[in-house]
Design a protein. Structure first.
Length: 193
């Protein structure tokens, strides 16, 4: 038996077992935010798996090769983003738990559309979450696409699949285990990755 096929099968079985262990809950607190009980180490691993995946690594290496020193800007942006996250994540988490908030745009709407806000602030408050959601969706669309490119390349070269078939398999596996298990299952599979 091909060793690559063996280890890919073992990995897939482990991912599916973890997804099944964390089957979709009827409780939105569990499914969407893991009961807000994620410890530091799993949180670090899931963040690393999100930002340092196969597609991102392949893409950044290629960009560095083509663009040279200009590609350092992406690394600087990552560091700046993590510094901002370090500064504000605790406060956002506490307010989110208090007000039962499940998404960053929902947090922004609560923050900027409060009853105390003046009319000028209310107009900004309506637009700001939409802009943030659009930018976030735009960025994560390409980040997810890069991950699918990395996974599809691995399947293509490892198993001789066509690129389109490999990309579809990658997308189906990731979307299925995410939809089945929610955030708690994703955190555990990210730790394995």
């Amino acid at each position: 038996m091909n060793w690559l096929l063996f280890w890919m099968t073992v990995y897939l079985v482990v991912v599916i077992a973890l997804a099944m262990r964390h089957l979709r809950s009827n409780n939105p607190e569990t499914y969407l935010v893991n009961n807000r009980q994620t410890r530091l180490i799993p949180l670090v691993f899931t963040t690393l798996a999100t930002f340092v995946g196969g597609g991102t690594s392949i893409g950044l290496i290629a960009m560095g090769y083509i663009s040279g020193f200009a590609a350092v800007g992406i690394g600087i942006a990552y560091v700046a983003g993590f510094m901002l996250m370090l500064r504000y994540a605790g406060k956002i988490r506490d307010e989110g738990a208090r007000d039962r908030i499940y998404s960053f745009p929902q947090y922004l709407i609560g923050k900027y559309l409060s009853k105390n806000a003046g009319s000028g602030n209310r107009n900004f408050g309506r637009l700001f979450p939409v802009i943030v959601s659009g930018v976030n969706s735009f960025i994560f669309f390409f980040l997810l696409a890069a991950q699918f490119v990395g996974m599809a390349s691995l399947l293509k070269f490892g198993f001789g699949l066509g690129y389109q078939s490999a990309a579809i398999i990658s997308a189906v596996v990731v979307i299925a285990y995410t939809a089945i298990s929610g955030l708690s299952g994703v955190i555990y599979t990210d730790m394995i990755q």
